[in-house]
Design a binder for this molecule. Sequence first.
Ligand SMILES: CC(C)(COP(=O)(O)OP(=O)(O)OC[C@H]1O[C@@H](n2cnc3c(N)ncnc32)[C@H](O)[C@@H]1OP(=O)(O)O)[C@@H](O)C(=O)NCCC(=O)NCCS
Length: 331
Amino acid sequence: MSHRIPAKITGVAGYVPPRVVTNADFEKTLDTTDEWIRMRTGIRERHIAEPGVAASHMATEAGNLLLQQTRTDPSEIDLIIVASVTPDMFFPATACLVQDRLGAKKAWGFDLSAACAGFTYALTVGAQFVGAGTHKKVMVIGSDKMSAILDFKDRATCVLFGDGAGAVLLEPAAGNEGILDFHNDVDGSGGKFLYMPGGGSLNPSSRETLEKNMHVVHQDGAGVFKYAVRRMADVAAQLVERNGFSSSDIALVVPHQANLRIIRAMQERLGVDDSKVLVNIDRYGNTTAGTIPLGLRDAIAQGRLKKGDLVLLVAVGAGFTTGGVLLRWAY
Ligand SMILES: CC(C)(COP(=O)(O)OP(=O)(O)OC[C@H]1O[C@@H](n2cnc3c(N)ncnc32)[C@H](O)[C@@H]1OP(=O)(O)O)[C@@H](O)C(=O)NCCC(=O)NCCS
């Protein structure tokens, strides 16, 4: 069954904070090597935000760039959705902070928590409002400051992530363009593989939660890896096949950037070569909800997206959450 929504992406922008932390920098503080990190993950460096810079600030930077690029007045935005697992605080929602800073006076908004599938979830949720005919301009943002929830003494997690944000504008689509199909799912039994136990209503912040190191990412890396390899490949293949396409029809896959080996396994299953897969994990690491819009931004900058291209977005994240979107690029 196809899930065509008459909504299209009409602009893409991204922001990463200026400070770069290389693998060599980690060699100075951790029992690790540049070679291990590169070989196991594909990451060479990542951007890390300064203290005082939060998910909302990066989201606002990306949002402002998007408004400029698309020549959109902030008052034209109807809805702002921010996907993030590192919101500035529990409440107000990061979307409210962004709405205020952008001056998007008419927009309502909310945050969406789906970890690394956050952007694909938010994109398909935002598209429903456009498709319903009730909203003309929806800003969808993925923004995460993963450095705020990393244990920089844990070599198995801290080297994997970076900070960054990306934003897209969704508008009504005509004809056979925009979002052709999508697939979202949850396997909640995977929650135990990747989570942050402290600070929520189950384990409110206390001296004890701090002492037990509960305010950082906890991960069973091999468990996440196994699930992600299988589901990224399954969903990518399923979206292509059920819409009657073959791998040769795909112009570009923009996958979530968690691990280069996960991306290559998905690519092999799909049967597309490197020229059809956007990879920027080497420069940014895993920016969680930021990876796909940052990937789209880089693809445009590299001249790898043109009107009419068949594009596939696919992501797996904590939850487990999985999201895939098949679209016909519209500009
Ligand atoms: C984390 C990950 C890179 C580890 O790679 P791996 O090939 O599975 O490696 P293993 O977990 O088998 O660990 C192998 C060894 O390397 C060690 N190791 C882990 N991180 C290391 C690092 N940064 N430097 C050096 N050694 C490291 C481990 O401690 C382990 O040592 P041991 O065998 O003595 O216990 C990989 O599991 C992964 O990418 N998982 C998915 C994570 C992810 O994408 N999360 C976000 C999801 S959206």
